[in-house]
Design a protein around this ligand. Structure first.
Ligand code: UD1
Ligand code: MG
Length: 465
């Protein structure tokens, strides 16, 4: 269960590093898992844990990161002189804060809100000025090690590059997640030095410094080591992505969603799913998508920022910024582009593309059509191969089709054009003028049949067969 941390707790997220090992033009924390930038996972975890104020330290690719951070306060660390220096840069932004300050790394997307809350609780109960989240790793290389005194109490954190040979074997490591007493931290921060192998101001040195002052420091171990995984390379990005995918899918399955193969279903953390939804393999649900009870989605389906009402069926299709009504059916191989609304029991069938259009209740666009900038009423049948010619090369124009109309196969609807209620268009017509309600619109050259022509042709030229 997520416990709420006390009012007034703040979080500081360190995200100024470059992430050299990503080998990327993009700053590390802007890389995405399930469509969400790494830094956003950390911000959301802090908020879910109850941290009211969240401050993000940016530096490398600051503008890119700040655009992703959104409403939170950002402070710039122009030169990356170490994690301790990064915290110094936030002093002004956090001025007046006296309670708990949680410090998190922007590259640790798996950290759970429960764990943040545990750190804050531990500080309250122990009255420590710093609580460090630790874990024990089979291969601790690269991490700061937890050094304990003869009583087993946390004494210091020693960075990998500064270890004495005898300390190398220590498997207990610093996860880079802390809860500090904000007032005490900022009082002592200016005492940090940079006389170490990297010439950096290490936040981790605060532990020994507090101990030397006779202040209490303590540590909490995570029971889920995978949540501390930091993303430093694309290999770790994929690993963290896998953990996140499994975590999200498990929650949805426990909530009543069937997945034929959960390894082949990708759901963003921002997606809401109802009960008895069935997700077939190779289904991707991204952004702010919501799916109501009883829908069957996939296989081979990608849905982004869309609302899917109950009992809809979407097969092998792409749906972006659209609304799919109750009991509607989509695909196989349909493409619903932004602004599409399929009302209840409407159908967008095989190889159909729809954009910025409403398809009314029970109306069908079953085969091979393009519908753009159209309003289609109820109970309309749009024949195979119909196209709304919405673009004249300069502007887009609307097509309006009234209730109960029947659009013949291969009709070109040259917009702007209105087809009245109950009207019919002849197959193969290019309809450029409005068709009144109840009328037939037909635009075709008269057909001529030439008696015996085919037989005569074959006789004259012979056959290749
Ligand atoms: C840090 C810890 C180490 C711990 C490890 C856990 C220090 C000195 N070391 O090491 O004990 O085991 O995390 O993953 O803190 N950052 C800035 N500005 C800077 C430097 C870093 O914002 O000047 C940010 C980075 O973007 C990153 C975080 O701080 O999000 C941690 O920095 P990183 O360089 O990855 O530290 P580690 O060497 O991993
Ligand atoms: Mg790191």
């Amino acid at each position: 269960m997520t416990r709420k941390v006390p009012m007034g707790a703040a979080a500081l997220i360190l995200a100024a590093g470059e992430g050299t090992r990503m080998k990327s033009a993009l700053p590390k924390v802007a890389h995405r898992i399930l469509g969400v930038p790494l830094v956003r996972y950390v911000i959301d975890a802090a908020h879910t844990a109850g941290c009211e104020q969240v401050v993000v330290v940016t530096g490398h690719g600051a503008e890119t990161v700040e655009a992703l951070v959104g409403a939170e306060t950002c402070v710039r660390q122009e030169e990356q002189l170490g994690t301790g220096h990064a915290v110094m840069c936030a002093e002004k932004a956090l001025e007046g804060l006296t309670g708990a300050l949680v410090v998190l790394s922007g590259d640790s997307p798996l950290l759970r809100p429960e764990t943040i809350a545990r750190l804050v609780d531990a500080r309250e109960t122990s009255r420590a000025v710093a609580v460090v989240l630790t874990t024990t790793l089979a291969d601790p290389a690269g991490y700061g090690r937890i050094v304990r005194d003869e009583l087993g109490k946390l004494a210091a954190i020693v960075e990998d590059k500064d270890l004495e040979p005898a300390q190398r074997a220590i498997a207990e490591v610093n996860t880079g997640t802390y809860c500090f007493d904000a007032g005490v931290l900022f009082e002592h921060l200016n005492r940090l030095g940079n006389a170490n192998s990297q010439g950096e101001y290490y936040l981790t040195d605060m532990i020994a410094l507090f101990r030397a002052e006779g202040l209490t420091v303590t540590d909490v171990a995570t029971d889920q080591p995978e949540e501390t995984l930091g993303v430093n390379s694309r290999v770790q990005l994929a690993e963290a992505g896998k953990v996140m995918q499994r975590r999200i899918n498990r929650e949805h399955m426990l909530g009543g969603v069937t997945m034929t193969d959960p390894e082949l279903v990708w759901i963003a953390p921002t997606v809401a799913l109802g009960r008895d939804v069935v997700l077939e393999p190779m289904t991707t649900l991204m952004g702010t998508t919501s799916v109501a009870d009883g829908c069957v989605l996939g296989p081979d389906t990608r849905i982004t920022d869309s609302v899917i009402a109950a009992d809809a069926v979407i097969d092998s299709s792409v749906v972006v910024e659209s609304v799919v009504g109750e009991g509607a059916s989509v695909g196989p191989r349909a493409y619903l582009r932004p602004g599409t609304v399929l009302e209840a029991r409407a159908r967008a069938g095989t190889s159909v593309e729809i954009k910025n259009s409403v398809v009314g209740e029970g109306s069908k666009v079953p085969h091979l059509s393009y519908i753009g900038d159209a309003t289609i009423g109820k109970g309309v049948n749009v024949g195979a191969g119909t196209i709304t010619c919405n673009y004249d090369g300069v502007r887009k124009h609307r097509t309006v089709i009234g209730d109960g109309a029947f659009i013949g196969s291969d009709t070109m609807l040259v917009a702007p054009v209105t087809i009245g209620d109950g009207a019919i268009t002849g197959a193969g017509s290019a309809i450029a003028k409005d068709v009144p309600a109840g009328s037939l619109g037909i635009e075709r050259c008269g057909q001529k049949n030439v008696d015996g022509w085919a037989a005569r042709k074959r006789a004259a030229h012979g056959s290749d067969e």
